[in-house]
Design a protein around this ligand. Structure first.
Ligand SMILES: C[S@@+](CC[C@H](N)C(=O)[O-])C[C@H]1O[C@@H](n2cnc3c(N)ncnc32)[C@H](O)[C@@H]1O
Length: 213
């Protein structure tokens, strides 16, 4: 698996210098570098954003900004990305990465609990073409409810880690809150008549959901 992943990485478009910098700093300066989405998933998401023609993007869970840079680099010049992160200690690293990528003017970071920020965005009437869900795994169902009306008809929702190391299809299902949260989310999406969806077996699983027009 490692070998094939390396092969795929070697044959994908090379990440920018800014992305290489963010990845390196994430390993040096954080305790959980595995949370970073990485070169292959980043390139897939960048291409989804590009192909869909997204102009306004929302991300839940910035971490060190890797996926935000991938998504924002697909935006047109007048495009915009809002990214939500609860950990204020990451802000300096995130901002430096956005600067190095030349994307600081297209990205706004909102520090705080994303459920509160989302409530505020709803009241402000914000809308998006693409939403990437990658924050607290226990809360994916709540995020889905909060963001759904903000997704434009025909828009896309991407949700990360939906395979959760294979735990979502164990029998019996592990009873930890993260596994239960993701399993409930996948069930909810697959039964939602307002969308079409498929889980892409990329890294830890990416649920690609399209709001019907
Ligand atoms: C898996 S990491 C995100 C990785 C990033 N999207 C990437 O691909 O490089 C999840 C992030 O969500 C943040 N997070 C967790 N709960 C949150 C919440 N309630 N509100 C905002 N951010 C949250 C964590 O602090 C962490 O940085």
């Amino acid at each position: 698996m490692e070998k094939i992943y390396q092969y795929i990485k070697d044959h994908a478009t090379t990440p920018s210098e800014a992305l290489e910098w963010v990845e390196k700093q994430t390993h040096i300066r954080t305790n959980h570098p595995r949370m970073l989405s990485g070169a292959v998933q980043g390139q897939v998401m960048r291409m989804i954003a590009q192909i869909s023609g997204a102009r306004d993007i929302l991300e839940l869970g910035t971490f060190t900004g890797y996926s935000a840079i991938c998504l924002a680099s697909a935006l047109p010049e007048d495009g915009h990305l809002d990214t939500l992160e609860i950990n204020d200690e990451l802000e300096d690293l995130i901002m430096e990465g956005f600067d190095r990528a030349g994307l600081a003017d297209r990205i706004d970071i909102h520090i705080g609990d994303c459920k509160e920020t989302l409530q505020k965005f709803r009241e402000e009437g914000r809308t998006y073409d693409l939403v990437y869900i990658d924050a607290n795994k226990r809360e994916y169902c709540e995020y889905y409810e909060l963001i759904f009306d903000m997704v434009r008809p025909g828009g896309i929702i991407l949700a990360d880690n939906v395979i959760w190391d294979g735990k979502v299809c164990m029998d019996p299902l592990p009873q930890d809150k993260q596994t239960l949260g993701i399993a409930a989310f996948n069930d909810m999406v697959s039964k939602d008549p307002r969308v079409e969806s498929v889980i892409i077996p990329l890294r830890d699983g990416l649920n690609m959901i399209r709001r019907k027009a």
